[in-house]
Ligand binder design. Structure first.
Ligand SMILES: CC(C)(COP(=O)(O)OP(=O)(O)OC[C@H]1O[C@@H](n2cnc3c(N)ncnc32)[C@H](O)[C@@H]1OP(=O)(O)O)[C@@H](O)C(=O)NCCC(=O)NCCS
Length: 180
């Protein structure tokens, strides 16, 4: 179900392609606390954190697990963000979709364009029967993207996770879902 050659996915403006070792400088933008404000993974503190992050992706690639893509702009080959499937349950044909776009490339529709393409790929090629995404209730841009990508708010999960924005408390998140 989930193994194939690395799938490169093209849209009008973007290509979702393999993460490469030379992307390390780009991925070091994950040291910017703003990008991970509404995430539970911590910002990268050192360059080594970013190298470890990529090494972990490459280990998965070696096993034929291809669920992490660099989002690249086709016009100038600029890496603009990342999109991934995570928490994948083959038995339940279900996965979570996660994404981020670096600040200078935001509000250009790229996250929405990438999310739509990956949802399509997840249903048509990977056989998922449910794609979901958790989103902090305060994360208005992400709510927008999920809704523009056709996902529906399924639930409010109260006190669900500690987010970087305030790790002293448990935060509420929305569960967004989409079905084939
Ligand atoms: C969420 C994120 C990926 C959006 O990326 P993007 O490429 O800018 O998204 P898009 O351009 O496709 O759409 C963004 C939408 O949010 C809207 N938006 C931006 N800031 C907003 C705000 N403060 N309040 C409400 N809407 C806002 C934009 O106007 C746009 O909607 P529109 O097309 O109706 O005008 C990006 O902000 C990001 O990387 N954030 C940090 C990481 C993150 O939160 N990831 C999601 C985890 S679930």
């Amino acid at each position: 179900m989930f193994r194939s050659a690395f799938p490169e996915i093209k849209t009008l403006n973007l290509v979702m392609r393999r993460v490469k070792p030379e992307d390390v400088v780009f991925y070091n933008t994950l040291s910017d606390p703003e990008t991970s404000r509404y995430e539970f993974w911590e910002p990268h503190r050192t360059y080594e954190d970013t190298q470890d992050f990529l090494a972990n992706i490459f280990k998965k690639y070696e096993k034929g697990i291809y669920f992490d893509w660099t989002v690249e702009r086709r016009s100038d080959k600029a890496p603009v963000g990342m999109i991934s499937f995570h928490d994948i349950y083959p038995l339940h044909a279900r996965a979570d979709l996660g994404f981020w776009i670096v600040k200078k490339y935001r509000n250009l529709g790229y996250a929405t364009e990438a999310a739509k393409a990956m949802i399509d790929y997840g249903f048509s090629s990977l056989g998922f029967e449910r794609i979901q995404s958790l989103c902090a209730v305060e994360n208005a841009p992400s709510v927008k993207v999920l809704e523009k990508a056709g996902m529906k708010k399924e639930a409010l999960l109260e006190k669900y996770v500690r987010l970087n924005v305030d790790r002293s408390k448990l935060s509420d998140v929305f569960m967004y879902t989409i079905f084939p």
